[in-house]
Write a protein that binds this ligand. Structure first.
Ligand code: DAK
Length: 257
């Protein structure tokens, strides 16, 4: 594919999308958003890929939506240009997505990172929702996802008073899974992704779906969603192989069937 605002790369069973608008701190313009989700969906369909990574540069994961593109928009344009539908495409990705975040993850950049399944942060990563400073509020899920991840009070501070979280704070509050040195942060994320890509693919997919259900529904409905994903795995070759391998004290050989 000929992308203009992202780069794509495959390392082993890991598909990597790199946001690539260095002149604008990787701010999301319409083209970059479309390309990002097109690339993620293509990797999601690719049988040779097990896990997806989205990253930016050392300096900026993404500094939010492109303010220059958005500044003159009318409410009608904001709605009809399909922006909401575009951002929602992340919810359709079945494979695990890891955000490898270094530098600024602001506004839509922070919202995108927390829409992924896990975050590997470099020591320089900074997470924030500065929309209030330009007269708006988060529009890509920030108020909802941050509140679920961090609780009400810290989310209020971030959204209302532009509190930025350092990488160490993000780790402390459970936003980041790991904080690693800036040098080689992407390599660390790839190694982490490879570990996940080597696991039973169907179980991994069902696990992601079940955990996500916890953010969408009540406990009772979430427990039902978990059961709906648990029992069908007993019809897979991988379940038989995984349990037999345990009994025979050997490594399982996953088929994704
Ligand atoms: N948009 C456009 N350009 C940006 C940008 C952005 N968000 N962030 C940085 N740039 C540009 C700068 O304008 C500058 O361009 P030139 O002046 O060189 O042409 C270049 O990138 C370098 O930036 P700085 O000179 O400012 O670099 P610094 O190191 O001094 O500062 C910074 C870095 C990231 C702290 C700073 O640039 C900054 O504060 N940027 C803005 C951060 C921000 O306010 N982000 C929130 C944007 S609002 C929606 C979905 C999503 C959204 C909305 C709706 N729907 C589904 C409906 C999301 C909204 C947002 O994210």
């Amino acid at each position: 594919m000929d992308y203009t605002s992202i780069l794509t790369e495959v390392r082993g069973r890991v598909g990597i999308v790199t946001l690539n608008r260095p002149q604008a701190m990787n701010a999301f313009n319409t083209t970059m958003v479309t390309e990002l989700f097109d690339a993620l969906e293509a990797f999601d369909k690719d049988e040779n890929i097990g896990v997806l990574i989205v990253t930016g540069s050392e300096k900026a994961f993404a500094a939010g939506a492109d303010i220059k593109e958005m500044a003159g928009a009318s409410p009608f344009e904001m709605i009809t240009q399909g922006r909401v539908e575009q951002w929602d495409r992340i919810r359709g990705i079945k494979k695990v997505i890891i955000a490898a975040v270094s530098g600024w993850a602001l506004g839509g950049g922070c919202e995108f990172a927390i829409s992924c399944d896990m975050i590997i942060a470099s020591e320089s990563a900074k997470f924030g929702q500065p929309e209030i400073t330009i007269g708006v509020i988060p529009g890509a899920g920030g108020t909802q996802r941050l509140a679920r991840l961090l609780g009400k009070n810290l989310t209020m501070e971030m959204v209302i008073n532009n509190r930025t979280l350092t990488a160490a704070e993000a780790l402390h509050f459970g936003l980041a899974n790991r904080v690693v040195p800036v040098e080689g942060y992407l390599d660390t994320a790839v190694a982490f992704a490879e570990e996940i890509a080597a696991r039973a693919p169907l179980a991994t997919r069902m696990a992601k779906d079940a955990v996500n259900a916890a953010f969408e529904t009540t406990l009772a409905e979430g427990l039902k969603a978990e059961k709906r994903n648990f029992y069908p795995l007993f019809s897979t070759e991988d379940q038989k192989e995984g349990m037999q391998a345990f009994i025979e004290k050997r490594k399982p050989n996953w088929k994704g069937k």
